[in-house]
Design a protein around this ligand. Sequence first.
Ligand code: AMP
Length: 562
Amino acid sequence: MDYSTLVDKYEKLESVPSKLAKTGIVANFFRLVPSDQLSKIVLLLQGRVFPSSSESELGIATQMMMKAISKASGISTENVEGILKKTGDLGLTAEQCVKIRKQSSLMKKKLTTDHVFENLQKLATITGAGSQDKKLNLISELIISAQPKEAKYIVRTILGELRIGVAEGLLRDAVVKAFLVDVKSTDEEKKKAVDYALNIVSDFGEVAKMAKEKGIESLKNVMPFLGKPIQVMLGLAAEKIEDVTGEFGKVIAEYKYDGMRCQIHKRGPTVWVFTRRLEDVTRQFPDVCEFVRKCLKADECIVEGEVLGIKNGKPVQFQVLSQRIHRKYDIEKMAKEIPVQVNLFDVVYCDGKSIFEKPLKERRDILEKIVKPISDKFQLAKQIVSGDAGELDKFYQEALNANQEGIFLKVIDSPYVFGRHVGGWYKIKPIMETLDLAVVGATWGEGTRAKWLTSYILACEDPDTGKLLECGMMSTGLTEEQYKDMTKKLKYLIVSEKNRTVFVRPKIIVEVGYQEIQKSTNYSSGFALRFPRFIRERTLEKSEPDTLDRVVSLFKSQGREG
Ligand code: AMP
């Protein structure tokens, strides 16, 4: 497919604000895309060349992009910077530069989506000596071959800034509209089927292909595919133990371990380990794989647990364990330095059967049958079954004394449902529920802090369009070291500046505490956090911030309207 065909859709999508109209454009386009191209197109529509679970990063800074535009267009970097100051957007800057390109266009050839996609993927594989030059050449070659509009979207895709308002909610609706129109079910059922398949396969392109070729039943009956991560179940916050026991009576209480979630797949001797962000970290955790081979008796299964780093018999902070997550070298050495303990809490697939629907109690029984524990190394999550608030509170204190985050209260007969749901898992933690938000901008400090970015503009996400909506400004809770670290990272991501404020690509996710959420007309989300404070950076665990829906539900849970 010509890249210009896709660019034409990008242009249309950028120009129409309404979700419904966007859904129609994407659905019509989907019908024209050959099956073997769907995966690529779905990623490109989201402005990606790797799925969100991939570790691969294009890693292109603003400065390098300006150089590439300059090289491709023959316009000096100073002039490119001048245009950037006016447009505030590197994509538009590339478009303008290509329009006034000084170099001859002899090298021009028609770009295809395959060519653009493959070259952008290649960017992530270039490492080592001379890699910056090689990346620069690759990007400028693409821009040289591009028409002005094509250059705009190539640059935006590389920077992860497509801005056409297409996120998963909209893609799901478009799949329904494109491929399931003739099915005799309600729209809700169709959407549910797409969501279900997406939760199991975690690959939108694959799901679109299934819908197109095999229809709705294939979506409803899709089985997990060993080696491909499933989406995970999460918990809702509960204020008091009694709130949960009052509603559900006897519950399963488990430690809420403070570590790294792991989703483990096993087929015979082959093992995969995924994080909560569905990144494949098998290579980084050879010790976990070894435990699995020794201690998991099922031939094929998917189990879930929490990995803790252990030093002197005690759990270490997540920040210490996190050094192992993206490790590329000295993996064995790190495994010895920070040994781990795995605490398993669920099983969703076992020897050819999906068991998502089975009640938690039954899943736990299956887990107990297939695990041959090694104490303190590979074991089942600590749990009690009780409806007695006093007994549960004792268990909670015990978890806190063991340096864990708190406890989960899980409804005994609840199925495994992806995401956060009423009637599933409830977490009890000492602090108020926090939000994970993206840093979309920052301002320079004053006086002795003038060299640092010390206030951060925070944003949540509209789940349908992927648009980031601002919800507050945070400047407390960081140590001097953390201000420096944030400044270093944010500088690399700057896209534009206005007075003392910089606007950045939304790559940094922070966990934010606050006193309360208020309605506000000052921010695009319609909400403002009162006294937001930095708790920790979560970029390694999450690539997307919490949604506006979550902000709204936390706002409502405060019990105050207005
Ligand atoms: P939160 O990030 O606060 O929403 O909590 C959810 C996370 O708690 C999960 O992603 C797991 O990594 C972690 N966790 C720790 N212990 C458990 C447990 N017993 N059951 C489920 N999740 C757990």
